[in-house]
Every structure is written in structure tokens, then in C-alpha cells.
Design a binder for this molecule. Structure first.
Ligand SMILES: [Zn+2]
Length: 157
């Protein structure tokens, strides 16, 4: 028996049935869940190209976050790609926020509460409430360059 999965070139996979899966039945390791592979690709594409979270990207492809987690445990390559895409999210968040609230913060147009909101949501920032107000208020006296530098420091830390 062969795997027999349909290949992009129209041929059939010639690997033995169950190849790479400790069995001699069914499709080979590369093709056993080809339907999931398509969803995985879609999921990764979304995660790589949007400012989003694993949870939202999972929803986008109609899966629960726990399914993504399960796939990550089963599929090392997928896991690696998810991890890479997650690493890119931080950078993307900085870029995106620069266009909106980030610009308002550095121009001094944002309220302290907005600055705190941004820090908490985009920088994983978790200080005591008093310290948050303190830092947010300090932004008011800074030059635009200093504010930009400070915010980037916080995001990257
Ligand atoms: Zn195959």
C-alpha cells in the first residue's frame, strides 16, 4: 500500500502507507492531515500579516485556540512558525500604534489614561496603578524624541 495522497503536480504520493507514523495504514506523515495543513497555512498567513493574537487568528480560520495549541505540540515545524510570527507581532504593534495613539501620545494629545491603556495593551506593561499614572504624567514634560524613545524602550523590554 502507498500513501496515495494527491500531489500538487497531479500525481500521487508514493511513500508507503502510514510512513513516518508508526503504522502501515493510511496516508503518510506528510499527508495524514492535509486538510489541517491548509488551515495551518491560512492561520500562519493571518498571524504573519495582521496585528493580532493567536486567539484571533485561530478564530479567523474557524478554530479554537486549543486546537492551535494541540497542533503546535504535534507539529514542530508549525510550532516554530507560530513562535516566529508571534515574535513579529510586537514589532507590528509598535508600527501600528505609531500611526495612531502612539503619535497622539508623543505629541502630548493623549490623556494619561490613554497612555496607560496603550502601555498595558501593547507593551504587556504591568506596574502598580500609581506607578502607571506617574510614568504617564512624566511623558508630558518630554520632547517628542524622548517620548518616542521611551515608549519603544518599554515595548521592547
Ligand atoms: Zn504521502
Amino acid at each position: 500500500m502507498k500513501c496515495g495522497a494527491e500531489l500538487p503536480d497531479g500525481g500521487r504520493c508514493q511513500k508507503p502507507a502510514g510512513w513516518g507514523r508508526d503504522t502501515n495504514e493510511g496516508k503518510c506523515k506528510d499527508h495524514v492531515d492535509s486538510k489541517n495543513q491548509t488551515v495551518k497555512k491560512e492561520f500562519l498567513k493571518y498571524l504573519e500579516n495582521h496585528v493580532t493574537t493567536v486567539q484571533s487568528a485561530a478564530q479567523h480560520v474557524g478554530k479554537h485556540e486549543s486546537t492551535i495549541w494541540k497542533w503546535r505540540q504535534q507539529d514542530e515545524e508549525f510550532d516554530k512558525k507560530v513562535e516566529e510570527a508571534k515574535g513579529q507581532q510586537k514589532k507590528k504593534r509598535v508600527e501600528k500604534v505609531k500611526d495612531s495613539l502612539f503619535m497622539r501620545i508623543i505629541k502630548g494629545d493623549a490623556a494619561a489614561s490613554e497612555t496607560i491603556f496603550w502601555l498595558k495593551n501593547n507593551a504587556g506593561w504591568e506596574s502598580q496603578p500609581d506607578a502607571q499614572v506617574n510614568i504617564a504624567q512624566k511623558f508630558d514634560g518630554m520632547s517628542i524624541e524622548d517620548k518616542e524613545k521611551k515608549l519603544e524602550e518599554i515595548v521592547e523590554s
